[in-house]
Design a protein around this ligand. Structure first.
Ligand code: HEM
Ligand SMILES: *[C@@H]1O[C@H](CO)[C@@H](O)[C@H](O)[C@H]1NC(C)=O
Ligand SMILES: *[C@@H]1O[C@H](CO)[C@@H](O)[C@H](O)[C@H]1NC(C)=O
Ligand SMILES: *[C@@H]1O[C@H](CO)[C@@H](O)[C@H](O)[C@H]1NC(C)=O
Length: 497
């Protein structure tokens, strides 16, 4: 009897799964779109968990396999999902047809209080929060804030000099320390205490660490949002109390001090003073509680640490095996340090053109975020291939693959900062390390300043050499990030005054 019941249940489940797969396939075939039929139910997510590669690499295989197609359907259990291949379609989704694709494709669990930030918000609440956060990232604000990044970079050089062990250590981990110090400085202000063994470092690392549990949570949240909600899966829960308390302490301290430090804590204080945030057109309101402000600080911590470290690391890795480019960069850095007596201000760093080209090319070759997702919220049609996309469909758009498409960037594996020289036509439209359109990265200019500060201060006092490890190009198994792990970098002191 028991055996029979088990058998019946198993067969029912198998049949159900089979029909989901068939249905997914039929769904896209009916629209004239090719379907990735290897795993009809769990599609690329199955490959991700079984291949030990990053999710963007799995998408990369599809990109190569289906190049020339406008898009390819992929299984994501019950959610119709599309991986978009044609760059014109990508641009259409992210930029032109924003009204149909303004949703990030992730619905957070309500109890995940710190996930209630711009990155994951949608609709009118997203718009209102974005409006209120944008003022932190104006040129004037960044100029005022720049001293924090510069100070962190200088302190980092001192720290490196005092710890020769780090010169041969895991360079990426070492750079995380710098980025964390800079970001914590930008959020909470610069203290006098050592910023390189801060408790926030643990939080930031934990946020970015691509471990199995986190990858699975992200996969379920993306493919089966209802089920993920039912399970109560969360992203930022572990450090909720710690972070809210830290934010509260800083803001209350600021109220007492009454000095303007030009950091995120100041902005939060000003928002709180203004009272309820309101959007008159939609009538949406958000109460700026400590909780909601801490949630915004969380995106800052998650976005400002690992992705920025990835860019500096990629730049080091490429410089460390391209001596001509490294020498040219050293020349620009030395000239500026000598001309300005080591006082690298906001204006000085903004005038360092070669540094900018090197970093731009580092973000082309290793964009820290490998692909984007959007949820369609209004039925629409993609221009290339005339693909009908219904509300509720999840779309994935490549970044890494477009940056490595030889039709867009000839000889994509060659590190060549001159691609970004003035007058050299690189495809602006298809350069998207920070995304595109109205949801593009709010912290782009902040991030660029932080990576430039780190790069120039380190390279003023050190040089770099790339240690090739013995594997082919490899990346950490990560859901969103692009983190090369097949090479490491040696840091070597230079003789400068
Ligand atoms: C190298 C560093 C960084 C990279 C490569 C990066 C990249 C990105 C990308 C690709 C997106 C998605 C854009 C889209 O969907 O079109 C994004 C969104 C976002 N980034 Fe960054 N980011 C970086 C640093 C930062 C920093 C430092 C901050 C905060 C200060 C930040 C804040 C955000 C926010 C809030 C969003 C969500 C915007 C929205 O949905 O409206 N990012 N970033
Ligand atoms: C993050 O912290 C949680 C709980 O403290 C732990 O279970 C998890 O393994 C940590 N993740 C990483 C990547 O360190
Ligand atoms: C506070 O409100 C005033 C008036 O509405 C506005 O101009 C200002 O930008 C707001 N400040 C912040 C930090 O939101
Ligand atoms: C660096 O230059 C800026 C702007 O000219 C000035 O305000 C600052 O005091 C200088 N800092 C040092 C350490 O000389």
């Amino acid at each position: 009897m028991f055996l029979l019941i088990t058998l019946v249940i198993s067969i029912t489940v198998l049949l159900y799964v089979y029909f989901i797969g068939k249905n997914n396939e039929r769904y896209w075939k009916n629209r004239g779109v090719k379907f990735y039929s290897k795993n009809k139910v769990t599609g690329i997510f199955w490959d991700f968990f079984t291949q030990n590669s990053a999710l963007f690499e799995v998408f990369g295989d599809l990109y190569k396999q289906y190049k020339g197609e406008p898009a390819v359907g992929v299984g994501a259990v019950l959610t119709p999902s599309l991986f978009v291949i044609d760059p014109e379609n990508v641009q259409h989704i992210l930029q032109t047809d924003f009204n149909s694709f303004y949703h990030r494709g992730i619905d957070i669990t309500e109890s995940d209080r710190l996930a209630d930030n711009i990155l994951f918000m949608n609709g009118p609440r997203w718009k209102l929060m974005r409006q209120n956060m944008t003022p932190l990232f104006t040129s004037a604000k960044l100029k005022n804030m720049y001293y924090i990044m510069d100070k962190s970079a200088q302190d980092f050089v001192t720290y490196l000099k005092e710890h020769p062990k780090l010169w041969e250590g895991d360079c990426f981990e070492t750079l995380l320390t710098f980025c964390n110090a800079a970001v914590c400085g930008a959020i909470f202000g610069i203290g006098t205490e050592s910023i390189f063994d801060s408790p926030f470092l643990k939080v930031a690392k934990n946020l970015s660490g691509g471990n199995f549990k986190r990858n699975l949570a992200l996969a379920l949240i993306t493919t089966t949002p209802k089920f993920a909600k039912f399970l109560g899966l969360t992203l930022f829960k572990d450090y909720e109390d710690f972070m809210i308390k830290a934010m509260m302490d800083v803001i209350q301290q600021r109220k007492k001090e009454n000095v303007n430090r030009h950091d995120f804590a100041d902005l939060c204080l000003n928002i709180q003073k203004n009272g309820t945030m309101k959007d008159p057109t939609s009538g949406t309101e958000i109460e700026p509680t400590y909780e909601i402000l801490t949630a915004q600080a969380m995106f800052f911590l998650a976005a400002g640490v690992e992705p920025v470290a990835t860019v500096i690391f990629s730049a080091f890795m490429e410089l460390g095996r391209n001596p001509d480019i490294l020498e040219k960069l050293h020349r620009e850095i030395d000239e500026n340090f000598e001309k300005h007596n080591g006082n690298i201000t906001y204006d000085v760093i903004n005038g360092m053109e070669y540094t900018d080209k090197v970093l731009s090319e580092a973000m082309r070759i290793n964009p820290p975020i490998g692909f984007l997702s959007r949820k369609c919220v209004k039925d629409t049609v993609l221009p290339v291939g005339n693909i009908k996309v219904d509300s509720g469909t999840t779309v994935f758009t490549p970044i890494y693959d477009i940056h490595h498409d030889p039709d867009v960037y000839p000889e994509p594996h060659v590190f060549n900062p001159e691609r970004f020289a003035k007058g050299n036509k690189h495809s602006d439209k298809f350069y998207m390390p920070f995304g595109l359109g109205n949801r593009m990265c709010i912290g782009e200019r902040y991030a660029k300043l932080q990576m430039a500060a780190g790069l120039v201060h380190v390279l003023r006092h050190f040089t770099v050499k790339t240690k090739e490890l013995k594997t082919a190009t490899k990346f950490k198994q990560h859901f969103v990030n692009v983190r090369p792990v097949s090479a490491d970098v040696l840091i070597i002191p230079r003789n400068v005054k």
